[in-house]
Structure formats: structure tokens, C-alpha cells
Design a binder for this molecule. Structure first.
Ligand SMILES: [Zn+2]
Length: 97
């Protein structure tokens, strides 16, 4: 495995771990003894919620970019296919010169 794949694997593992641990933290401290406006647990839960929103936005952006690349490749394949099919030689059309 080359270096780019290792980096991609490590980033993916970090992404999954951050999502799992953030979600579990938010759920485990959702019901707590809240001391009011300056509650440190509420501040941490809000930080985790912001992190999860950022990760969600990142995932949506990556999915959209991947979908755009997939559409471009499909269009290239269709263009190549119809260019190949529609040549006069393949259609066996002869010119009468
Ligand atoms: Zn609280």
C-alpha cells in the first residue's frame, strides 16, 4: 500500500472514531445535573454538536463531489460509446464515388 492510501486510511479511521466518540459522549451526558447557564457539560455537548455538524457537512460535500466525478465519467463513456457506434464504417455505409 502506498503512502497516500495509508494517509487516507488513517484519516478515515480518525473520522469514524471522532464521530462515534462524539455521538456517544453527547448521548451519555445528555441527561446530567445541569448547574445553569455556565454548565461545562452543556458547553462540551454544544462543542460536540458543532463538530458533528461540521463532519456532516464535510461528508455531504465529499459525496456530492464523488457523484459529480461519477457523472462526468459516465458521460465520457456514453460519448465514447456513441462515437464508436455511429461511425460510418461500423454502420457499413458505402459512398458511391
Ligand atoms: Zn448542563
Amino acid at each position: 500500500m502506498n503512502q497516500k492510501k495509508w494517509i487516507l486510511l488513517v484519516v478515515s479511521i480518525c473520522f469514524v472514531l471522532a464521530t462515534v466518540f462524539s455521538t456517544s459522549f453527547a448521548f451519555s451526558y445528555l441527561i446530567h445535573d445541569c448547574c445553569g447557564a455556565n454548565c461545562s457539560t452543556c458547553v462540551q455537548i454544544e462543542t460536540v454538536q458543532n463538530l458533528l455538524k461540521s463532519l456532516k457537512t464535510l461528508v455531504i460535500a465529499k459525496v456530492l463531489v464523488a457523484f459529480a466525478f461519477m457523472c462526468i465519467h459516465i458521460l465520457k463513456l456514453f460519448h465514447l460509446f456513441f462515437t464508436y457506434i455511429s461511425t460510418l464504417h461500423l454502420l457499413k455505409i458505402q459512398f458511391n464515388n
